[in-house]
Design a protein around this ligand. Structure first.
Ligand code: OOG
Ligand code: NI
Length: 300
């Protein structure tokens, strides 16, 4: 592994470690898969992608966060726009096919009501220069610390609740910042019986996991080659400014099935690699997956 790959490994491991500590469903799903003999250990899981949420304000947002991953060898790919949710997103291809893709979205803060935009800026205005510019991108530990540090002051519960009324993405991001929003289990390489989102969903529900049902439990791209589902974010105890606490939606787990492209459909399953399968993301699927952290879906 060269130095840059080592830095990226430190960053990805750090994100996954905190995510596993915070989202009980992650280990619970891995344990259920191991107990059922679907995998031998967590190392057998292919992580399809990880996702972040950002605030679209000067010095922050996609333009800031992406610098970290571009420096570590990722390539910026397609743009997606979500009119109703007031979001933009891009996905990033990894430097090696065994590494996860990255999906970064951004709230179009100025498209919100003046009151909500002002509430967000009350916090983010303390950031007067792009914090990633001050970061040593050769230092994995420094990046890891940055991704899990404040960026702006812990919000007041009242501000969080007011933002939540207009945008559940806004309230999630003002509190959770760059905490990993989800990781994604690739199901197409799992053993027969578990290698589609439909069958894997059944396994999950038999084991008591709750799935996001916005637009149906299986989200299907128009070309029918990208199928996705996700758990409903479990709640985590959040500590707001002035010491007030409240259970709020945390992060969730996603599942993806990438079917072979038509021109590779004749290949036997064992011969299929990432480049034979459907790439990228799908706005229609993503639009519903964002709702995995909505209160209407969340549970304690
Ligand atoms: C991201 C939702 C979209 C996908 O794979 O399309 C997504 C989010 O909830 O921040 O993950
Ligand atoms: Ni996703």
């Amino acid at each position: 592994m060269n130095h840059k790959e080592q830095v990226l490994k430190t960053v990805l491991d750090g994100l996954m470690q905190r995510y596993r500590e915070r989202v009980a469903d992650v280990n619970a799903i891995l344990d259920a898969m191991t107990a059922a003999g679907i995998i031998n250990s967590a190392a057998d899981i292919e992580n399809d992608h990880i996702a972040f949420r950002t605030m679209g304000v000067p010095h922050l947002g996609i333009a800031s966060l992406e610098k970290i991953f571009l420096a570590l060898g990722y390539t910026k790919k397609d743009h997606y726009h979500f009119t109703q949710k007031k979001l933009d997103a891009y996905w990033y291809a990894p430097p090696r096919p065994d590494l996860p893709r990255i999906f970064i979205s951004e709230l179009r803060v100025n498209d919100l009501s003046t009151a909500s935009a002002a509430l967000i800026k009350k916090y983010t205005d303390t950031v007067t220069a792009d914090p990633v510019n001050a970061l040593d991108l050769d230092n994995g530990k420094a990046i890891d610390t940055f991704l899990h540090s404040g960026l702006w002051q812990t919000p007041l519960l009242e501000d969080y609740l007011q933002l939540q009324e207009e945008s559940e993405y806004a309230s999630w991001a003002i509190y959770n910042r760059y905490y990993l929003n989800h990781f994604t289990i690739s199901v197409h390489n799992l053993p027969e019986g578990y290698n589609t989102v439909a069958t894997f969903n059944e396994f999950l529900e038999q084991h008591g996991f709750k799935l996001n049902d916005s637009g149906g439990k299986v989200k299907v791209s128009p070309d029918k080659l990208l199928l996705q589902s996700s758990t409903i974010a479990q709640k985590v105890e959040a500590e707001f400014a002035n010491g007030k606490t409240r259970m709020i939606p945390g992060s969730y787990v996603e599942f993806a099935e990438r079917r072979p492209l038509a021109r590779f459909a004749h290949l036997p399953a064992f011969a299929l690699t990432r480049e034979h399968r459907r790439e990228g993301f799908e706005a229609g699927n993503a639009d519903r997956i964002f709702e995995s952290t909505y209160e209407g879906q969340s549970r304690v």
